[in-house]
Design a protein around this ligand. Structure first.
Ligand code: ZN
Length: 395
């Protein structure tokens, strides 16, 4: 992995302002003076580090991010002071004051000047007020770097031998919807084709494309939201098509079910259907990634279907009433402290319920994993967590 990396620009993105950019619009050299950049853009993957080293890095990187946000974000600084938390050098990571993800629906929370915001990204929810989250250059570069540095959790492919079908609108049509931007990053790693499976004709075309790419390439990745992948598999069933991909394909899902129309089937059943229709060697070739607009890091699933969390992110499952971390392996409201985000204090408590595990994974790697189970349902719990995570940011 080189420290020079490129950020695929969504259509209509603001043009970079400085001269170096004008000469080289797609390649940006990272200044890796800081520890977090050393880690994100390292040659050796973070998931090969021993657990103890991951813990040390996590502690140092998150404390450094906390100091920077306290310095640069007045509304977070006020909120922190009111919370009574200990100073950044002494506070336990679990006690760092959290911002509710709801805040991004109404507040302009940022740690950079307005002109340093490359773009405001929004959530892709179909109902209610969308979240709007700022990203500056460094946050976007680290996001891209973290995708490059984590994709090895899927497999160690030679990039010339991989083709991608993205079941989405494709890079050139990505605007300010964060989900589409993230998908375009995965698509950007390899030769790729984008197709929205909007009707039967499009589905037929995708099946044909998958067949020909399987013939021409050593590996095919089909990436998309689970409901699109399921549509494709059901269409194959109707057409009597079963591909013979063997070990030559990975089906990668991203994004939830609910926000996109409500149809959902259990994960195990989903993997079985996909593995059968694509003729995969095993269900380990059906993987998921997790991200949300308020989080600056994409979490990839290993072959044991566990989402490994890199050391620059601290994840905890918390009691919805007290916001205190629950014992390891128990369900709680998920919170993230993401040190890769310089644009805003990415110390967030979400409305997802999940489980956090630390130690050795069934895949053999050490580290922290998170299982995102469902949205928080209880109105009372939501209200309480909201009250505690509410920052009074107003511009
Ligand atoms: Zn694993």
């Amino acid at each position: 992995m080189s420290r020079a990396t490129s950020i695929p620009q969504p259509a209509g993105a603001d043009q970079p302002p400085n001269e170096a950019e004008a000469q080289s619009p797609s390649v940006r050299i990272i200044d890796a003076r800081t520890a977090i950049d050393e880690l994100i853009f390292a040659e050796d993957p973070w998931y090969a580090l021993p657990l103890e080293r991951q813990r040390e890095l996590s502690d140092a990187l998150i404390r450094q991010a906390l100091r920077e946000h306290l310095e640069r974000c007045p509304s977070y600084r006020d909120y922190y002071a009111r919370s009574g938390a200990a100073e950044p050098g002494a506070v336990a990571l679990a006690d760092i004051p959290l911002v509710s993800t709801r805040v991004f629906k109404f507040a302009d929370l940022r740690s950079v000047e307005a002109h340093e915001v490359e773009r405001w990204y929004r959530s892709s929810g179909t109902s209610g007020q969308p979240s709007r989250v700022p990203r500056d250059r460094a946050s976007l570069e680290r996001m891209v770097g973290s995708v490059h540095g984590s994709v090895g959790l899927l497999a160690d492919w030679d990039e010339d031998e991989v083709a991608v079908i993205n079941l989405g609108p494709g890079r050139e049509h990505v605007e300010d919807v964060w989900f589409q931007y993230v998908m375009s990053l995965i698509e950007a790693l390899y030769r790729s084709e984008s197709r929205v499976p909007r009707d039967e004709a499009a589905l037929d075309e995708i099946i044909g494309l998958a067949q020909s790419l399987l013939d021409d390439y050593e590996h095919l990745i089909v990436v998309g939201p689970p409901f699109h992948v399921l549509d494709l598999c059901e269409h194959m069933q109707r057409r009597g098509v079963e591909l013979q991909a063997g070990e030559g394909a990975t089906i990668l899902t991203a994004g939830g079910w609910k926000r996109f129309g409500g149809r959902a089937i259990p994960k195990q059943e989903f993997r079985a259907v996909v593995a059968r229709q694509f003729g995969l060697r095993g269900e380990g070739q059906v993987r998921d990634v997790f991200n949300q607009v308020e989080l600056n890091t994409v979490l990839f699933e290993c072959e044991a279907h566990e989402k490994h969390v890199p050391p620059w992110v601290h994840v905890a499952a918390r009691d919805p009433e007290t916001l205190q971390p629950v014992p390891e392996g128990e369900e709680g409201m998920l919170s993230y402290l993401d040190a890769s985000c310089s644009a805003y204090p990415c110390f967030i408590v979400t409305e997802d319920v999940g489980v956090v595990r630390r130690g050795r994974c069934a895949c053999g790697r050490e580290g922290t994993r998170v299982d995102v189970l469902r949205r928080l349902e209880s109105r009372a719990a939501k209200g309480c967590a909201l009250k505690m995570g509410q920052i009074h940011a107003n511009g």
